[in-house]
Design a protein around this ligand. Structure first.
Ligand SMILES: NC(=O)c1ccc[n+]([C@@H]2O[C@H](COP(=O)([O-])OP(=O)(O)OC[C@H]3O[C@@H](n4cnc5c(N)ncnc54)[C@H](O)[C@@H]3O)[C@@H](O)[C@H]2O)c1
Length: 391
């Protein structure tokens, strides 16, 4: 990507240390979240000595299987890895320092030693692969999105998770970005009140398709990949989107011409307005056509305060600790705003503590399915459509 692309987060990252306690009229105006990776500064305390025996699948264009640091987590033994493509399988073995591999996920899940699997395969296969893992009695963490474009897959996945009683987590990276994490803490402490309006944005300019397994990204409806945006409401509040009206745009790239993609999708860009379960509204978008813009970000505006990026402005007299949890020693924070290590740590800790992970099946579907319905709305020229609810 060219240097002209705006990485706003990088810019914010240069702003420096947390400034605390700047009082504004009637409340706080405070930079509450350090743009640096605060989670590295605390001391990580193990909740158990046990090692969870993990299998990792998928080493595609994003090399995602190795990117979440499972291989460096003190409570993890990477038992085996897999990718259908032999070179990638070898690469994943090397990256995870693991000497065992299987030719496919379908074979890997039969290994009785493995108790949890990270599914980093192509997005259209996520639902099927996670169901396969759960059916074999193993916990599962999946890369986003939970399902690609299919409400039926969402229903099937939910049923499989409920039936299994096992842990399911979607590794939505925005949920552990410093700003979104901080917003969640402040929301839970009442610092925003009800959210009147929120915005989530995933801009990813690409005039030429990114090469992916069986070409799944070519011409994909933008809001079938909504979770980096929707995390800035659902991942902050735990509340839901109830209806949507969405507008699509075609920036004229070849993959979006009539008949040029398998999704019959005419849109490079989709901008959706959602109604929320607390009576507010939320504008969520995924845009591929805006010249060289690549960024993931969001903001929330509530009755008692608002936050855009790293700063809280509001009526709260005191704020909770917004720093992200520490990582195990030596474990890298990883990409997407230093979220990767925290996501794998959350998944493993949820297994060790036998509790729900942060982005469980209900939160995962609440972040994913509204985008599917938004695309349907865009195809109907913005008709308002209701969104299925998953609890
Ligand atoms: N910020 C984020 O959260 C973020 C960023 C990038 C990618 N992703 C997600 O990560 C996932 C991986 O992305 P990618 O670009 O590397 O995908 P990709 O399509 O390039 O690669 C998928 C890989 O999965 C392998 N695979 C498919 N079926 C398999 C099976 N049955 N058994 C073993 N291996 C199998 C393929 O051989 C391929 O190497 C995607 O789902 C994507 O949506 C998320």
């Amino acid at each position: 990507m060219s240097e002209n692309i705006i990485h706003r987060r990088d810019f914010l990252g240069r702003l420096g240390k947390v400034s605390l306690g700047t009082l504004a009229a009637g409340g706080l105006s405070v930079q509450v979240v350090n743009a640096q990776d605060q989670h590295n500064q605390g001391t990580w305390k193990p909740v158990s000595e046990r090692k969870v025996r993990v299998g990792i699948v998928g080493y595609g264009v994003c090399r995602f299987g190795a990117a979440f640091g499972f291989q460096g987590h003190p409570n993890v033994e990477v038992v085996a890895v897999s990718d259908l493509i032999p070179d990638r399988r070898q690469g994943l073995m090397k990256a995870c320092r693991c000497d065992k591999s299987y030719e496919s996920l379908e074979v890997l899940v039969k290994d009785p030693k493995i108790e949890a699997v990270f599914v980093a395969t192509d997005a259209p296969s996520h639902a099927r692969h996670c169901i396969e893992v759960l059916k074999h009695g193993k916990h599962v963490m999946t890369a986003v999105p939970a399902v690609l474009g299919s409400v039926e897959d969402a229903d099937r996945l939910l049923e499989a998770v409920q039936k299994s009683g096992l842990k399911y987590m979607m590794a939505e990276t925005s949920c552990f970005r410093a700003d979104c994490y901080g917003m969640r803490q402040i929301y839970n402490a009442g610092g925003f009140g009800r959210i009147i309006y929120s915005e989530g944005e995933y801009y990813h300019y690409h005039s030429k398709p990114i090469g992916s397994f069986k070409g799944w990204r070519v011409g994909m409806p933008p809001l079938w990949y909504p979770t980096h945006s929707t995390a800035y409401y659902v991942g902050v509040t735990g509340k839901r989107f109830t209806s949507v009206s969405c507008v699509g745009f075609n920036a004229g790239f070849p993959a979006y011409q009539p008949g040029a993609n398998k999704y019959s999708n005419p849109f490079t860009d989709e901008v959706a307005l959602f109604k929320t379960s607390e009576g507010g509204s939320s504008r969520m978008l995924m845009c591929k056509g805006i010249h060289k813009l690549v960024v993931e970000r969001g903001r929330v505006f509530g009755e008692r305060g608002w936050m855009d990026g790293m700063e809280y402005h509001g009526a709260a007299k005191e704020l909770p600790d917004t720093s992200r949890p520490p990582l195990p020693p030596g474990m890298p924070a990883g990409g997407h705003g230093g979220s990767h290590g925290l996501l794998s740590n959350e998944f493993i800790t949820s297994i060790l503590e036998d509790r729900q992970p942060l982005v469980n099946i209900y939160e995962a579907l609440a972040m994913t399915v509204p985008g599917i319905i938004a695309h349907q709305s865009a195809l109907k020229d913005g008709e308002t459509l209701n969104i299925p609810q998953y609890g």
